[in-house]
Design a binder for this molecule. Sequence first.
Ligand SMILES: Cc1cc2nc3c(=O)[nH]c(=O)nc-3n(C[C@H](O)[C@H](O)[C@H](O)COP(=O)(O)OP(=O)(O)OC[C@H]3O[C@@H](n4cnc5c(N)ncnc54)[C@H](O)[C@@H]3O)c2cc1C
Ligand SMILES: *[C@@H]1O[C@H](CO)[C@@H](O)[C@H](O)[C@H]1NC(C)=O
Ligand SMILES: *[C@@H]1O[C@H](CO)[C@@H](O)[C@H](O)[C@H]1NC(C)=O
Ligand SMILES: *[C@@H]1O[C@H](CO)[C@@H](O)[C@H](O)[C@H]1NC(C)=O
Ligand SMILES: *[C@@H]1O[C@H](CO)[C@@H](O)[C@H](O)[C@H]1NC(C)=O
Ligand SMILES: *[C@@H]1O[C@H](CO)[C@@H](O)[C@H](O)[C@H]1NC(C)=O
Ligand SMILES: *[C@@H]1O[C@H](CO)[C@@H](O)[C@H](O)[C@H]1NC(C)=O
Length: 509
Amino acid sequence: MFRFSAILTQVRISEKFIIVRNMAKNPSVIIVGAGVSGIAAATKLLENGFVNLTVLEAENKIGGRVCSVEFGGSFVDLGGQWVHGEKGNLVYQKVKDLDLLSTSHNTFSDNTYYLSNGSIVDKDITDRLFAIGMEIIDDKEGAKNGTGSVGDYFIKVFYEAVSKEFGHNENVLKIAKLLESWLEKFFFCLNSESWFNISTNGAHVFESCEGDQQLNWRDKGYRTILDVLMKKIPDATKQLPLDDKIFLNKEVSKITWDNNTTNFNGVTVNCSDGSTFNADHVIVTTSLGVLKKFHESLFIPELPPYKINSIEGIGLGTVNKILLKFPTKWWSNDLKGINLLWTEEDRVNLHKESHLFGPSENSDNGRCWLEDIFGFYVIDSHPRVLLAFVVGKSAPKVELLSDELVIGGCMYLLKKFSGWKYEIPEADEVLRSKWSSNPHFCGSYAHVSIESENKKASAEDLAKPLISANGKQTVLFAGEATNPSKFSTVHGAIETGYREAERLIKIYK
Ligand SMILES: Cc1cc2nc3c(=O)[nH]c(=O)nc-3n(C[C@H](O)[C@H](O)[C@H](O)COP(=O)(O)OP(=O)(O)OC[C@H]3O[C@@H](n4cnc5c(N)ncnc54)[C@H](O)[C@@H]3O)c2cc1C
Ligand SMILES: *[C@@H]1O[C@H](CO)[C@@H](O)[C@H](O)[C@H]1NC(C)=O
Ligand SMILES: *[C@@H]1O[C@H](CO)[C@@H](O)[C@H](O)[C@H]1NC(C)=O
Ligand SMILES: *[C@@H]1O[C@H](CO)[C@@H](O)[C@H](O)[C@H]1NC(C)=O
Ligand SMILES: *[C@@H]1O[C@H](CO)[C@@H](O)[C@H](O)[C@H]1NC(C)=O
Ligand SMILES: *[C@@H]1O[C@H](CO)[C@@H](O)[C@H](O)[C@H]1NC(C)=O
Ligand SMILES: *[C@@H]1O[C@H](CO)[C@@H](O)[C@H](O)[C@H]1NC(C)=O
């Protein structure tokens, strides 16, 4: 008890000390959202002497799209899962010496394709075709030459490369055709509903970090990064005094940022539960989806046209995860995943049966959501779980189906594609994300769409602070989608939190 209060006193003293030394005024800041960008901003501000901080989070926990959940004894991630790359990756740089990451295996490293008619596609050919696809993805310079959608660009370059390597080979072309829609889902539908909606421009503005693209968290999933940001790791006695500044279940409903020219004295933030907060500045970190859906009602006065243009124009997709837990590990040790390829005949037959997998309003012209699951994958963190992604147009719709229907659909796929090889027990539990229907996310993450190009919508515009009547940068924007080159990642989101904190630090220096 004594030690505890002694620590608190010390913290208070040092906070005061910093204020006196660094700041003429004690500015107050509200951060809307406690995802990684909000937490990053809060920690950077605290470390620079800003003590009047309030973090308002709508959910009942922090982390946002970093959401690690215990599932039958181990942790799994419903959102951000892998650290993508090392060089220039803030997350990697922070944790590389802390023994928190493992490289033990790569979920997507084995490309064995299972066909819907119960066979495996010639692996020598699919390995080459996949490699050709990968080369196109990695060729950022080539993409600069592309115009229009990545779909148009990819298909053109892919078949050119295939015929260059194999000549006119009917068998290879047949397999390439089977693989085409899988490649679309694997490479692009993680971003958008169709690769015809994604701009080739996005392919080269996105900056990937060199190094291992699939670093796994050893123990508790990606949420470990929150403890690293708050300095609970590696030494809990050095943690930043942030916990008591974070308020959960506080859904912000109004941000009044420019009351009036004559008597403007800061921003007022109202929450759905009737509570009100005032501050000199607010950093809005809510997702692009939340801004798309709620910006009109959220801001008083309304946002300027350039800002609305960026919110409406930047692309947003939904990708969801389905995690299936089995009573036993029924797959072989060397299995990394089961990639699913439909034969045309089976696809047509599936449409006739699609009513078995949910109400027809959930399918799209008879297209069944099962087609938008491109495979089942072994994950590092859980020995008896397989991970599937639902992508494309189906992703938001599957959120509305019952767990029973989802398990049933997944079991149907597993048995149809690999039942000839494995004895598969029924999955006993399912855990899935609902990023689209949750009003605190309204989608997964941003991309550069054809619409972004047409509207000249940019992350730079989304990031620009709003200046209030008193001439101050009052409303600041952070979050994954405001990162011009590292959108759609955790490390990119953290960069934006730091960027906005630095903006405020500079004002008061
Ligand atoms: C399925 C999926 C898989 C992914 N996989 C990876 C991966 O492997 N590696 C990787 O690097 N990245 C991955 N990402 C991306 C990464 O998770 C995100 O880019 C990042 O977590 C976004 O952080 P953020 O702080 O910008 O936004 P968020 O995490 O969305 O934080 C915003 C916070 O604001 C809160 N909020 C919303 N509305 C309100 C309101 N009205 N009032 C108060 N609070 C509100 C939200 O609840 C949320 O906590 C994945 C994302 C998804 C969805
Ligand atoms: C399955 O379909 C593929 C591609 O159409 C075909 O080559 C293969 O012979 C079929 N296999 C079986 C067992 O029907
Ligand atoms: C881009 O296109 C031009 C003209 O067709 C061509 O000369 C050049 O080699 C292409 N560059 C790349 C990187 O593909
Ligand atoms: C994708 O493009 C189609 C047509 O080009 C359009 O109707 C649709 O709204 C777009 N979808 C998204 C999510 O932008
Ligand atoms: C500011 O308040 C005055 C008087 O209440 C009002 O006339 C004026 O329209 C307000 N200005 C803005 C920008 O809201
Ligand atoms: C915000 O809350 C305050 C205090 O309850 C209230 O006076 C104000 O009208 C509210 N603002 C809006 C826009 O609802
Ligand atoms: C923090 O800032 C708010 C808004 O400016 C102010 O009302 C409050 O008194 C401040 N709190 C402290 C402890 O200074």
